[in-house]
Design a protein around this ligand. Sequence first.
Ligand SMILES: [Zn+2]
Length: 90
Amino acid sequence: MENTGKPDDKLSNFSAFQAKEHKCPKCNSIIYSRRNALCGACGEKLPPELLFSPAEREVVEQELRDAKSHRRHAEPSAIDNVDFGGGGIL
Ligand SMILES: [Zn+2]
């Protein structure tokens, strides 16, 4: 935390914006990928609070899967009818 002794709206706004960025505690590099457990710059193991929670991670990976497979989306009713016992779909 820097304190220049001069309250400045711009500065405080900037700080608020910066707080959203996740930085490596060791080398202070901005962490662009929160899916990575290690800092991309120095390889430091990142603290859990800088990474996606399991739930967030699941959402991201689901989105990645959706983006990769350009197949048509299964309809909800079709999903309901899927029988994992022996549907023979796979
Ligand atoms: Zn680092």
